[in-house]
Design a protein around this ligand. Structure first.
Ligand SMILES: Cc1cc2nc3c(=O)[nH]c(=O)nc-3n(C[C@H](O)[C@H](O)[C@H](O)COP(=O)(O)OP(=O)(O)OC[C@H]3O[C@@H](n4cnc5c(N)ncnc54)[C@H](O)[C@@H]3O)c2cc1C
Length: 460
């Protein structure tokens, strides 16, 4: 290990090889506090060449490495947890935070993997453009992490997930070689496509060092509505109506009553309207070059199943409404600290018409366990975040809920990834040929099992 540390110091400089306990701690535990491990060191390369040197040193000494961005991942993939307990290095990409010039003709930008979503969005907005992907961890989550997890968030209904925004990547393989291109060609049909291969690969195939991203217009007018509907099935009917009649739809978030109550308590302020116990709240964003208020209110008035709604274009009122969605994860974390048990999180998606069945099954599973279920998510993708507070038998909960989602034609992970948290459940949604092909790709690209061993059930 001493020889490795010496090589790493030579590669990135003494100041960027962190070995002291107090310097490493923040990199060794994940955002939820559920997943933690110990790293031999945290290395902070400042360029692609330095990432190459770090990877080559680790390869020479046979020591595994965990790529880490903002460490906001929720499935334990960003912290050192080698399946065999072998020594591991955390490679933090946060210093690769350079944001290039905005290309207003191509609607693109080249950014370092360590740039945060918020920083890229702020730079784009200065040119009246925007990053199409947005979610609550925006101030810490990095572009590299978002690509590695194929992150989603609230605007997938309009723009798709992170993989749809990546026009090019630059990445370092376990061999230390660099692959990919940052040319940002909207059209290229020339065999395997590195952005597609690496989106969702969770740091197991290569370390992303930079990306060429698609930008979209930053609309001058954004409005927000809080809407209540009587049942989960009714929410699907409202969604269908809005999709048919509202061209400016930017986000359709769903919040179940328990989640709304918890976040309201956390914020110390009540929402202006509240759904019934069996109903739910929708938080809807519309964005357009001209004020979309008339378009949305007309559609809501004509929509079946809307019980109540408030619509606002005022920036501070919008922010206040959006807190009831954006700060649920934070409210859940605070409650989990208060009760002294880490939250057990599931992130599932089913076809929208099965969402009501999923809610019933998840509620029954939580009741059977005796835990408290806090559910919210992204309606158009049938994606629910199920937070279990005070869960007793997490394995039983996971088997039941993930099994039900898979059975309904859904998935065990909509946007958080598999990490180490969901690996044993992958066979619920992938057949043996698919699992074997993934293992074959991993061993072809990383024969020494250097990159994030154990994550995605690969290597380790
Ligand atoms: C409050 C909160 C809200 C959230 N909301 C959402 C949401 O709405 N939608 C959503 O999709 N996610 C959400 N997340 C989860 C998380 O923010 C995303 O998964 C995010 O993409 C992780 O980015 P990161 O930079 O923090 O990555 P990390 O947590 O550091 O890493 C995540 C994974 O990516 C790998 N990785 C990181 N950087 C690289 C790189 N440069 N090259 C290769 N591999 C890399 C890691 O090894 C790990 O496996 C939320 C998290 C929090 C805390």
């Amino acid at each position: 290990v001493q020889a490795l540390l010496q090589d790493l110091r030579a590669a990135v400089g003494d100041a960027h090889v962190l070995v002291d306990d107090d310097q490493r701690t923040g990199y060794e535990v994940d955002w939820t506090g559920r997943y933690r491990g110990a790293a031999v060191a945290v290395v902070r390369p400042g360029s692609t060449a330095e990432v190459q040197a770090v990877v080559r040193s680790c390869s020479t000494h046979g020591v595994a490495l965990v790529p880490q961005g903002g460490n906001t991942g929720l499935v334990g993939g960003s912290v050192p947890r080698h399946p065999t307990g072998a020594p591991t290095i955390v490679t933090s990409l946060r210093r690769l935070a350079r944001i290039g010039d905005i290309d207003e003709a191509a609607l693109q930008v080249t950014v370092g993997a360590g740039a945060t979503l918020a920083a890229v969005a702020a730079r784009a907005r200065a040119s009246s453009l925007d990053l199409p992907v947005d979610f609550a961890a925006r101030d810490s989550a990095t572009i590299g992490g978002a690509i590695a997890t194929n992150a989603g968030g609230s605007r997938v209904v309009r723009f798709g997930t992170m993989r749809h925004q990546v026009l090019g990547v630059e990445a370092v393989l376990a061999s230390g070689d660099v692959v990919g291109s940052l040319a940002g060609l909207p059209k290229e049909s020339a065999g395997l496509h590195w952005p597609s291969i690496l989106s969702g690969s969770e740091g197991t195939l290569a370390i992303v060092t930079a990306a060429r991203l698609r930008l979209v217009p930053h609309y001058a007018h954004t409005i927000t509505a809080l809407v209540t509907v009587p049942t989960v099935s009714d929410a699907g009917r409202v969604l269908a109506h809005l999709r048919a009649h509202v061209s400016s739809l930017d986000a359709v978030e769903v919040v179940l009553p328990e989640a709304l109550d918890l976040v309201a308590e956390h914020l110390g302020s009540a929402p202006p309207i509240r759904p019934s116990t069996d109903g739910l709240a929708l938080l809807i964003d519309c964005a357009a070059p001209v004020d979309p208020t008339a378009e949305l209110t007309t559609a809501l008035e004509a929509s079946p199943k809307v019980v109540d709604c408030v619509v606002t274009a005022d920036a501070s009122q919008r922010r206040a409404l959006l807190e009831f969605r954006d700060r649920i994860t934070e409210a859940v974390a605070a409650e989990s600290t208060r009760i002294g048990t880490p939250t057990f999180k599931l992130d599932v998606a089913v076809p929208v018409e099965r969402l009501a069945d999923l809610v019933v099954e998840a509620s029954l599973a939580a009741d059977a366990d005796g835990c408290r279920l806090i559910a919210f998510g992204h309606l158009a993708e049938g994606n629910l975040h199920l937070n279990h507070l005070g869960a007793r038998d997490t394995s039983q909960l996971a088997r039941r809920v993930l099994g039900a989602a898979a059975e309904m034609g859904g998935t065990i992970s909509a946007e958080h990834g598999i990490g180490v948290a969901k690996t044993e459940y992958l066979p619920m949604i992938r057949n043996e040929a698919e699992l074997a092909s993934s293992r074959a790709i991993k061993s072809a690209l990383d024969p020494g099992d250097l990159l994030n061993p154990g994550v995605l059930g690969l290597g380790g």
